[in-house]
Design a protein around this ligand. Sequence first.
Ligand SMILES: Cc1cc2nc3c(=O)[nH]c(=O)nc-3n(C[C@H](O)[C@H](O)[C@H](O)COP(=O)(O)OP(=O)(O)OC[C@H]3O[C@@H](n4cnc5c(N)ncnc54)[C@H](O)[C@@H]3O)c2cc1C
Length: 404
Amino acid sequence: MKNFVVVGASLAGLRAVEAARKDGFDGRITLIGGEEHLPYDRPPLSKQFLYEDDELDTTFRSRSYLRDDLGVDLRLGTWARGLDIREKRVQLDTGEIGYDALVVATGSRARTLSDYDHLDGVHTLRTVDDARAVRAALASAVHVVVVGAGFIGAEIASAARRRGLDVTIVEAAPVPLVRALGDEMGEACSALHVRNGVRLICGAHVQEIEGTRRVEAVRLGDGTRLPADLVVVGIGADPATAWLESSGIAVERGLTCDATLATSAEGVYGAGDIVSWHNRTFGQSMRLENWTSAAEQGRMAARNALGLGEPTAYATVPYYWTHWYGMSLQFVGLPTAEETQVVSGSVDSDKWVTLYRLNDRLVGALAVNSPSVIMKCRMMINNGVSWQEGLDFMAERRRASSGV
Ligand SMILES: Cc1cc2nc3c(=O)[nH]c(=O)nc-3n(C[C@H](O)[C@H](O)[C@H](O)COP(=O)(O)OP(=O)(O)OC[C@H]3O[C@@H](n4cnc5c(N)ncnc54)[C@H](O)[C@@H]3O)c2cc1C
């Protein structure tokens, strides 16, 4: 094995090249990234990055570290345009590159309201360039409309409120975050917007964004007109698979991978947001868009692709965190539950823990401003503990903290 190529120079791609070297691969490594930037961290872009006018540097590693310490041939500003799985070659906009092993880590792309992309003041937030544009717009905005009450929309609303701006969130679903947190907790968490002075309009769709060169207002389906000088669209992201379309590699709701992250093409593995794979922990196929899985999959895809040790299945309890209005929200597991129970604190306060039950198993946990409990819950879910064991664990913690 001589030539290891990674396409996508972000979290999963970076972890892949780091793992390759750490685990002893001494062949050639090429890391290809479409953006001009060194690999950087995305979560702060919708949080701290927007709070201040001074720029926060979220770069993971320096160019010299990648080149000299890891011996990586880093090709930034280079887009992969196609893949020849028979000849084992990636077509780039600058030529072609052959591989013996390939990790595809091209992540997700933000969905847009494409009819309005041309209007000044309408933004999405996926890249550091997007974040710079949103931050600059926040500095002079008065009325902000956020379309989509998902995690990123919520963080942008929170950042805008921190700057004292007038903020409205427009959400198509009757309750926000149902797919991520379930009905009850979606409702409970979205109440945080209202408590922090944000107007939340649910079950509404954007009929039109008004303005000729610049955005002036958002008009909803029921005729409501929301004046706006900044609109941020946070309506989710799609896997960046377009460049693979004619390759013949299996793609379905993401790049299809088996439990070891191998794709349908020999020598090609997937990692990060782009991957749809069979997660043995829950016996179902998933595509996750969270930091922890992208990092873990990057490492594992490289090891499995390069045959560094026995092939390992990637099985995980999903973990996502977010920050709104100075509060930390963390979720582990699955939100598809038959029952949720608030087992510590209360949803009317700023601190609580909710457990999720499916059949007789603990399958999920939400911790709001309760960081010490979440990794323990993740471990319990991973170990397949019963619902009762989950409840007993939390009862024991309550007793211990009250000193009874
Ligand atoms: C604003 C924001 C906030 C977030 N906050 C959180 C959070 O609080 N908690 C959490 O758990 N997760 C969060 N996430 C999710 C987390 O950042 C992602 O799960 C993670 O970045 C995925 O990493 P990745 O390497 O798979 O993909 P990406 O980070 O999407 O990177 C893919 C890279 O591939 C490049 N690329 C795409 N196509 C091509 C091509 N054809 N050729 C070459 N290069 C290509 C892209 O330009 C990009 O640089 C957040 C994401 C965003 C955008």
